[in-house]
Design a protein around this ligand. Structure first.
Ligand SMILES: NC(=O)c1ccc[n+]([C@@H]2O[C@H](COP(=O)([O-])OP(=O)(O)OC[C@H]3O[C@@H](n4cnc5c(N)ncnc54)[C@H](OP(=O)(O)O)[C@@H]3O)[C@@H](O)[C@H]2O)c1
Length: 413
């Protein structure tokens, strides 16, 4: 029989923009004539995540686990109720809607005995406090990326989850998409030889967002890095993401927005492999421009390469090109058209199987882990979340970019 995971959802989208806007030093001034670009809209990710939970797992060929949303928590009960009404309507589902408990505070949600796992969909600025409170209340947690704001906070949450013997995972959804497993299989098969470098890019033009928006607001831990910077970890085949590794060397350049968060980051990373080899990575992420739709991320090997189609968070396809002899690959790259790849194949992926956005795959992983009493996912282990935060810390250090003190602290406000 399929194992059922009973979810409690944190964050629904109650907050009007004015409430979101914190009054702190350095906050951009709000004046009546200040331009308002973005309509107040929040709870984006929670909506999509719940839509996926409501989809029938059999439409994505999953039969061993299923999901039930048993509770929704918001800072306002009214918003929680509105969320349930609108999301269930959008999903075209009526069954079970009346059984969803709506909580008017996150603490109420954490205390709900029916909930197996809390999904945290609040802004990065609040992940540390929200995950800490959920774990302290004895709940398993799936937390949106980025897990927290810095490595010290990541480490503290990992220690807390272990001390409480609870499950914790960062919601890196791309890791669980069918594309990701296939890519890993192809890299491990050796068709491109030994991996030498991974180039990843994820840029999205958010310049039309207002300064108060979580993407630009330092008090909501805005900036490109925490929002989009996981691009490199999204490419699992590199050995860099499957072995426990030391923190890579980082050489980074950071440009900032007028609100003081990172607008554009280009970073070179050097990963030391367990056999001593060095693998290079490059990470480009920005919120002031768009990655072109035909732009690919690359995995370069000694005997070929792999092109992963944009968008990096949910690639539609990838193609590998492999040569038997490295010299033939070099000759081909230098223009010798007679040296065709010995092997090449393109894999395409259904973007929305069964209508899901793609978040259901990570939810299935959580359900399986809970069923099997695992406290951590082997596919998105906590050491990788910690490693990413360590890399981000170093990028921010080199870019002279700190978040407001109250966000960087381990103290709970
Ligand atoms: N995996 C992906 O592709 C993906 C895509 C988008 C976003 N995300 C991640 O999801 C998280 C949320 O992103 P989002 O775009 O959904 O954010 P959002 O639209 O701004 O919604 C955030 C929600 O957090 C709650 N919240 C709690 N404290 C808050 C505060 N002080 N200020 C503002 N909101 C507060 C609010 O819910 P209530 O009012 O109900 O309490 C609000 O609706 C981020 O970590 C982001 O990186 C991931």
């Amino acid at each position: 029989m399929a194992h059922t995971c009973r979810w409690g959802i944190l964050a629904t989208g109650a907050s009007p923009l004015l409430e979101l806007f914190p009054q702190g030093p350095g906050s951009p001034a709000r004046t009546p004539e200040a331009p308002r670009f973005a309509p107040p809209r929040t709870g984006w990710i929670s909506t999509k995540f719940v839509l996926d939970l409501l989809a029938d797992p059999s439409t994505r060929d999953v039969s061993d686990v299923r999901h039930e949303v048993v509770a929704v928590g918001s800072r306002s009960r009214e918003s929680a109720a509105k969320f349930v009404e609108s999301v269930w309507k959008e999903a075209g589902v009526t069954e079970g809607q009346d059984k969803v408990k709506t909580h008017g505070s996150y603490d109420e949600l954490f205390a709900d005995a029916n909930v197996d796992c809390i999904y945290v969909g609040s802004p990065h600025s609040h992940h540390y406090a929200h995950v800490h409170a959920a774990l302290s209340a004895g709940k398993n947690v799936l937390c949106e990326k980025s897990l927290v704001v810095n490595a010290a906070q990541a480490d503290a949450l990992i220690q807390l989850a272990r001390a409480k013997d609870l499950f914790l995972m960062e919601a890196v959804w791309t890791r669980f998409q069918p594309y990701s497993y296939k890519l890993q299989e192809v890299v491990r098969s050796g068709v491109i030889g030994q991996v030498k470098a991974v180039q990843a890019e994820l840029c999205a033009d958010f310049t039309s967002q207002s300064d108060e928006h979580r993407l630009r607001n330092p008090y909501l831990a805005g900036g490109a890095l925490l929002d989009l910077g996981l691009a490199l970890v999204l490419l699992p085949p590199s050995e860099a993401s499957s072995e426990p590794l030391p923190v890579p060397k980082v050489a980074a350049s950071v440009l900032k927005t007028t609100t003081g968060v990172d607008e554009s980051v280009i970073a070179g990373l050097t990963f030391k492999q367990s056999d001593g080899r060095l693998v290079h990575g490059s990470l480009t992420t920005a919120q002031d421009r768009q990655t072109a739709p035909n732009r690919c991320s690359y995995i370069q090997g000694t005997q070929g390469y792999i092109e992963v189609a944009f968008p990096t968070y949910r690639p539609r396809a990838f193609t590998y090109y492999g040569w038997d002899q490295p010299e033939d690959f070099s000759a081909h790259a230098s223009g010798d058209s007679s040296k065709k790849p010995t092997r090449t194949e393109t894999f395409e992926f259904d973007e929305r199987p069964g209508g899901i956005w793609g978040f259901a795959w990570e939810a299935d992983e959580v359900a399986r882990c809970l069923r099997d009493a695992k406290k951590e996912s082997e596919r998105m282990p906590l050491r990788e979340s910690l490693l990413m935060m360590q890399v981000f810390d170093e990028i921010r250090r080199q870019g002279e970019f700190v978040f407001p003190e109250e966000l960087e602290t381990l103290e709970l406000q």
